[in-house]
Design a protein around this ligand. Structure first.
Ligand SMILES: *Cc1c(COP(=O)(O)O)cnc(C)c1O
Length: 461
């Protein structure tokens, strides 16, 4: 019997959506039909879906009321001004440009700033920012602190940038080839770890001194601000909103996917101080996203984001949100299931190569764990390891694997209860006990790009 206390949800349930646990025989059939790729499984056949925390949040009653109040005017809608005010209130920049999601914000910002041959440093670029930098013919550079790659370090701010490396990089390449520096908060591709205010201040000082614009990839800014409040000296008495404003006061702008800390199912934005740049971004926006007071969104979406930004900095919510991941982590500790420490804000990252040490990297232990988890419990998770990031070195012909072989259990916001999480932990404990019943896989069909979405596999049993 566990003595770990579940977090109490700071809401009550007004609407429900049924989920159903398919039988073992059906799960087996579903896996085979999907070619042992959980992306190919229909959501209806998933009991608990931890594939992503992006766009999967439950909206509040007030947000749904906002959906009804949305003003669908083409230009200058009331909902836009409400959205603009909500973003300005937290981010503090004059200009606010809506986009349909985060990657559109990235594409438009980089089209305005980044040229062929440029370099864009970040702590760790998220896949879409990396792709949007590379598509411009530029190079995305990751300069996270060394602890950022160490799954066992209990450093409280493992998302911090290595400032010495950043300074050396700017000195080596010259500032004219670095159109901006970014910081991802929290660091999604590095275990969901936060960045400290001290680090933000230092990165900002380096950028100001060199005359390089500094932007946040702000998707999980509220979770990051919460960790600053809880872990960094001098912030315990400040509100999360005030901490967020202080974070952004050190930067020149931000890109945002509202599908994360906007608490909505679709949306994003760019916000920035520079009026000339804002003007040119708006003209790029009009070509693909639409007029600058709706940017690819409906008025009702803008209304829901405005309300979501008010709710996401509420401390009851953030305490519960981060306690959920910590609770799942504590249950996994008890069962001896290894994961990247400490628990991230929005996800747990399982260390698949330690859970399944008998499966060699060439047989994709992370992928095997996602298959085992679905087979055991109809829980869906995502591999972040050799299938997603491994590739053949074109010169040597040898496989190159990423440093960490992980499986991410992402927690949708306000969707699952503590009982759901304990169900997930029990399934993982069972897999951990019977690891000899998990097999490696080989790829039998592979697309040219982003193979994890559509590749098909067979088990090596
Ligand atoms: C999700 C995400 C993005 C991209 O946002 P989309 O809305 O999915 O386009 C960018 N950066 C980070 C850190 C993210 O988590």
């Amino acid at each position: 019997m566990t003595t770990i206390k579940p977090p109490v949800e700071p809401f009550r349930i007004k609407t429900v959506e049924s989920v159903h646990l398919p039988s073992r025989a059906v799960r087996e059939q579903v896996l085979r039909k999907a070619g042992f790729n959980v992306f190919g499984i229909p959501a209806e056949k998933v009991f608990i879906d931890l594939l992503t925390d992006s766009g999967t949040a439950a909206m509040s009653d007030v947000q749904w009321a906002g959906i009804m109040r949305g003003d669908e005017s083409y230009a200058g809608a009331r909902s836009f001004f409400r959205f603009e005010k909500a973003v300005r209130n937290l981010f503090g920049f004059e200009h606010v440009i809506p986009t349909h999601q985060g990657r559109a914000a990235e594409r438009i910002l980089f089209e305005g700033l980044v040229k062929k041959g440029d370099f864009v440093p970040s702590n760790i670029h998220f896949d879409t920012t990396r792709a949007n930098v590379e598509v411009r013919g530029a190079t995305a550079v990751d300069l996270v602190s060394d602890e950022g790659y160490d799954p066992d370090s209990d450093c409280p701010f493992k998302g911090d940038m290595n400032v010495a490396k950043l300074e050396a990089f700017i000195a080596a390449k010259g500032r004219t080839r670095i159109p901006l520096v970014m910081l991802t908060v929290t660091n999604n591709s590095g275990g969901g770890q936060p960045v400290s205010m001290a680090n933000i201040r230092k990165v900002s000082a380096v950028c100001r001194k060199a005359g390089i614009p500094f932007f946040f990839d702000a998707c999980r800014f509220a979770e990051n601000a919460w960790y600053i409040k809880r872990r960094e000296k001098g912030y315990a008495r400040k509100t999360v909103a005030a901490i967020a404003r202080e974070m952004f006061s050190h930067a020149d702008g931000a890109t945002m996917s509202a599908k994360k800390d906007g608490l909505v199912n679709i949306g994003g934005f760019i916000t920035l101080a520079d009026g000339e740049l804002a003007k040119s971004l708006k003209s790029i926006l009009i070509i693909s996203e639409g007029f600058y007071t709706y940017g690819g969104l409906a008025g009702r979406d803008l209304e829901a984001i405005a309300q979501g930004l008010a709710e996401v900095v509420e401390e009851d919510y953030l305490a519960y949100r981060t306690a959920q991941a910590a609770y799942l982590g504590a249950l996994l500790d008890e069962a001896g299931v290894p994961y990247f420490k400490p628990a991230g804000g929005s996800a747990i990252y399982l260390l698949a190569d330690r859970i399944l040490p008998d499966i060699p990297r060439e047989q994709f232990p992370g992928w095997a764990l996602t298959v085992a988890l679905y087979r055991e419990s109809a829980v869906r998770a995502v591999e972040i390891g050799g299938v997603m990031f491994g590739h053949k070195d074109p010169r040597t012909g040898k496989m190159v694997f990423p440093r960490l072989e992980m499986v991410r259990l992402a927690l949708p916001r306000r969707v699952y209860t503590a009982a759901h999480l304990s169900y997930v932990a029990e399934a993982l404990a069972a897999i951990n006990r019977h690891r000899d019943r998990v097999w490696g896989l080989r790829i039998v069909d592979e697309p040219r790009f982003l193979r994890h979405f559509t590749a098909r596999f067979e088990e090596i049993g």
